[in-house]
Design a binder for this molecule. Structure first.
Ligand code: SF4
Ligand code: SF4
Length: 452
């Protein structure tokens, strides 16, 4: 059997759709209403795994089971995971497995298998019941929150680790802060990843509500830190804080998520896409291979056919370059956004490298909130290192910190010193004018630290 396949040379991560069926019918899902009973072609999958392990330059690979809902095909998932491990061993590789799930299924056997096989499990839960049930419904229209909540308790009772990811729609925005408190106080989950449903109408009012909700979340995270000494991970905001406080490495500049470069997704019929999201469910194999985003497929002899996808070519132009539109953007200065999610861009603008306005506004809000987060931490005398565990920084006032962000270190050092003195007098009674001036000093310190 021919195993040489240049395609996999640079590939570190793959996602495989085990099925296109799903137990839910969430109205914002990019596969919405197209849940057919198609399952992964196992001979193609096995060929793909063997070629990947044989050809990849990476020794540690990452495989995510996708769908539809992958746990509908739990028996196949178990069998194929075992198969992958054997093949990985044969080629001296290791594979870390993950699965993204709606959380509708959680049998004892499944949870044990997840634990035994270290499957990084990401459960979609959009917050409190009022928010989650607006969109994440069973095909009969009933909300799924009660079932997911019960199943998350099973994960917790059996000490099966999991993460939570929330999608924020415009109509669930007003519940964001309540949802955050629910994760912390009821689920005892202290990491909070969220991303917007860009298909919604993200108008000025929506972004205003988002900002209000994030302000409350940041204040609450600080309260939790002060009262319980727990650093809540506000995932995307924390990423921005870290990006603000640590300079980007040169290699970090050009490859936002790896889609189309180190990461690809395979559909049930063996067609390959720059990532899982480019693949549209409800299409026949013949229709799929005509799509300009389809990267390649396996023919009847299990030979890989490269389709010279123009969409992939577009995505790859981002690797050695920064998109013109992003060159002068403040976001690109700190984080590797460089066009944002190319799949969402493609869906909503028709071009993978055309930035989506709602994403640009969203990214700028996250960056602003990250700055405010730092400012509020300083004001509350919480050490930045203690909160974020940033390597290479002793605390908010160390030399390393100053030299990274301050073009005029002596001035910043003075302001930092002044800020520390102000913070030390937090408990004293002060006039309104004093408070105003002190806040100005603190704000100025942060602005200088962040080179604003
Ligand atoms: S926020 Fe927009 S303009 Fe800025 S880097 Fe990201 S995609 Fe580019
Ligand atoms: S292109 Fe978008 S959907 Fe695909 S992996 Fe990257 S961020 Fe995720």
């Amino acid at each position: 059997m021919k195993l040489q396949n240049e395609f996999y040379k640079n590939v570190k991560a793959m996602s495989y759709d085990l099925t296109e069926s799903c137990s839910l019918n969430c109205d914002y899902c990019f596969t919405h209403s197209c849940h057919e009973k198609k399952v992964l072609d196992q001979s193609i999958f096995k060929k793909s795994i063997e070629e990947w392990c044989c050809n990849s330059i990476h020794n540690s690979l990452e495989l995510t089971w996708w769908g539809g809902e992958p746990y509908i095909e739990f028996e196949t998932m178990k069998e194929l995971t075992k198969y992958c491990k054997e093949i990985a061993t044969k080629y001296n590789k290791s594979i870390a497995f993950g699965a993204t799930t709606n959380g509708v299924q959680a049998s004892d056997e499944m949870l044990k298998w997840i634990r035994d096989n270290n499957i990084a499990t990401l459960i979609s839960l959009d917050g409190i019941k009022e928010a989650h049930d607006k969109h994440r419904k069973f095909p009969n229209g009933v909300g799924s929150w009660d079932v997911i909540y019960k199943n998350i308790q099973k994960f917790k009772d059996t000490k099966t680790s999991f993460s939570i990811r929330a999608s924020i729609s415009v109509d669930t925005l007003p519940y964001l802060f309540e949802s955050f408190k629910f994760y912390i106080n009821e689920l005892k989950v202290y990491a909070f990843a969220f991303s917007p449903v860009h298909e919604d109408d993200w108008n000025d009012k929506a972004f205003e509500i988002l900002e209000e909700q994030l302000d409350k979340i940041i204040d609450y995270a600080i309260k939790i830190k002060k009262e319980k000494d727990i650093s809540v991970d506000l995932y995307h905001i924390n990423q921005n804080v870290k990006a603000l406080l640590k300079p980007k490495k040169k290699d970090d500049f050009f490859n936002p998520c790896g889609a189309g470069n180190t990461f690809f997704g395979m559909a049930v019929d063996g067609t390959i896409w720059p990532c899982h999201r480019f693949n549209k469910h409800g299409l026949s194999f013949e229709e799929r291979i005509k799509k300009e985003a389809c990267v390649g497929y396996y023919d009847k002899d299990l030979t890989y056919i490269d389709l010279k996808s123009p969409v992939l070519a577009d995505v790859l132009t981002l690797l050695p370059n920064i998109n013109d539109h992003c060159k002068d953007c403040i976001i690109q200065k700190y984080i590797n956004c460089n066009t944002g999610c190319v799949a969402t861009n493609y869906d909503l603008t028709g071009c993978s490298t055309k930035c989506l306005n709602s994403n640009c506004v969203y990214q700028k809000i996250l960056l602003d909130k990250a700055k405010e987060f730092i400012y509020k931490l300083l004001k509350n005398d919480i050490k930045i290192l203690d909160y974020f565990g940033l390597q290479g920084m002793n605390n908010a006032t160390c030399n390393c910190y100053q030299s990274q962000f301050n073009p005029v270190p002596e001035i910043v050092a003075k302001f930092l010193d002044l800020s520390r003195r102000i913070i030390a007098t937090n408990d004293l009674e002060k006039t309104d004018e004093q408070i105003r001036l002190e806040n100005e000093v603190l704000q100025r310190t942060v602005n200088m630290l962040l080179n604003k």
